[in-house]
Write a protein that binds this ligand. Structure first.
Ligand code: PLP
Length: 460
């Protein structure tokens, strides 16, 4: 019976340690039973929001069991050890070429690209290549290279970081009332011969809409013809590069390497690539678009290995999971999932319209699956979207309210990202909860004091 006694001793909630608080600012002197350490941290994590109700994030919040298994198998592998883990390196390379092919690179089996930790790192690499190519071009023409700039719409903060860290002037075309994407006309007003590239975003972080890559490219063609200024495009396809090839009404959209001017594309594997968080991709249209000087060759891992990334050590599991998705789902599987998500986005937008108080900014068509809305100017309500976000959070839904960037900061919106596990059934429950919240506000008059505050907003 000795083993029974041992079991009692082992009970995770019966020990002295389990009745103590965890050390927060100093490493504890003594070790702890792994079960208890696990249980303590596991309990603390319950204070996080529920990831599957997180409709704010672009990052996937659900994965097949097989992905969990592969991630576990790869936890001990550093993807940078390419000589030691040649199969992981091979799988990374396959992913690059699959993406190059999906995005119509003229040299898909030859071209170059790399995995990254996400789109932010991928954007830095894409931007750096643009900077180096511009410098080389200017030097060849005996022109100064001290004032590079780049032209973008309302980009994600990674591009602001890129511009600040590498000392490049960021010329961000401001949003306009009722037009949140950058137009070809805007672009021409902002570019000059010191423009290293134009970044067009396929899926704006703020509204989920796509920017018109082909039209921007055509405007730049005309500029080149008239003024002999040749400006390349980088497409930030963090979300859209994994959506446009699959969503019914987007398949005809021309946005990728089919356009000569598009020299590089980044995408987040962990967004609509459906891989677990921690993987992004950048791919160049051809080898010439990536300056050789940016590639380092290291030999201290065994073998001579080229590396072109900001990070060195990185987990290999996300890359393997990305490849798992490619072979597991194929075009057929991605098409089904992305179209389902797009349909839920449209359905939600229709339901929101029926409330009669919301102005739909993005209705789920033509961009990322989801929708974006604000309150109409004449909505007779005693709450604002910040109140609504807070009330929905009490049910577990994470749908924050936020203001749009420069030139549109007085517009407060809410936005939902529809990911694979946010089914129509869940969407219908959300709409029920929104109805309940809104009814509660009007019954309780709790937001009365907000009327004054709201009148300061311009929701148009
Ligand atoms: C358009 C766009 N670009 C870049 C990023 C940064 O991506 P990551 O989080 O993968 O670094 C995001 C993230 O939401 C984004 O929406």
């Amino acid at each position: 019976m000795l083993h029974l006694k041992k079991n009692y001793d082992d009970h995770v909630h019966g020990s002295k340690e389990s009745n103590d608080t965890l050390s927060k600012f100093k490493m504890p002197e003594n070790e702890m039973n792994p079960k208890e350490a696990y249980d303590a941290i596991h309990n603390e994590l319950a204070l996080d929001g529920n990831a599957s109700l997180n409709l704010a994030t672009f990052v996937q919040t659900w994965h097949e069991e097989e992905i969990h298994k592969l991630m576990d198998e790869c936890i001990i592998k550093n993807m940078i050890d390419k000589d030691e883990y040649p199969q992981t390196a091979e799988i990374e390379s396959r992913c690059v070429h699959i993406l190059a092919d999906l995005w119509h690179s003229p040299e898909s089996s030859e071209t170059i690209g790399t995995s990254t930790t996400g789109s932010s790192e991928a954007a830095m690499l894409g931007g750096l290549a643009m900077l180096w190519n511009w410098r080389a071009k200017m030097k060849a023409q005996n022109k100064p290279t001290i004032k590079p700039n780049m032209v973008t719409g309302a980009v994600q903060v990674c591009w602001e970081k890129f511009a600040r860290y590498w000392d490049i002037e960021l010329r961000q075309v401001p949003m306009k009332e009722d037009r949140y994407t950058m137009s070809p006309k805007d672009v021409l007003e902002y570019v000059d011969e010191n423009t290293i590239c134009v970044v067009a975003t396929l899926g704006l972080t703020f509204t989920l809409e796509y920017e018109p890559v082909l039209e921007i490219a055509k405007a730049l063609d005309t500029l080149q013809k008239n003024k002999n200024i040749d400006i390349p495009i980088h497409v930030d396809g963090a979300s859209g590069a994994f959506l446009a090839p699959f969503i019914k009404e987007q398949k005809k959209l021309i946005w990728d390497f089919k356009i000569d001017r598009v020299k590089s594309i980044n995408a987040s594997g962990h967004k609509f690539g459906l891989a677990p968080v921690g993987v992004g991709w950048v791919v160049w249209r051809d080898k010439e678009s990536l300056p050789e000087g940016l590639i380092f060759n290291v030999n201290y891992l065994g073998g001579n290995m080229p590396t072109f990334a900001l990070n060195f050590s990185r987990p290999g599991g996300q890359i393997i999971a990305q490849y798992y998705n490619f072979i597991r789902l194929g075009v057929e599987g991605y098409t089904k999932i992305q179209n389902n998500s797009a349909e839920v986005g449209k359905w939600l937008s229709n339901e929101l319209k029926k409330f009669g108080i919301f102005k739909i900014i993005y209705n789920g068509t033509g961009g990322i699956p989801g929708c974006t809305w604000t309150l109409t100017n004449n909505a007779k309500v005693n709450f604002d979207l910040y109140d609504l976000a807070k009330d929905l959070r009490s049910r577990g839904w994470l749908i924050p309210a936020y203001s749009l960037p420069e030139n549109a900061t007085d517009i407060v919106v809410q936005r939902i990202l529809v990911k694979q596990n946010f089914t129509k059934d869940m969407a219908s429950l959300l709409i029920e909860d929104m109805k309940r919240s809104i009814d509660n506000f009007s019954e309780n008059q709790i937001g009365n004091d907000k009327k004054e505050k709201r009148s300061a907003f311009n929701h148009s």
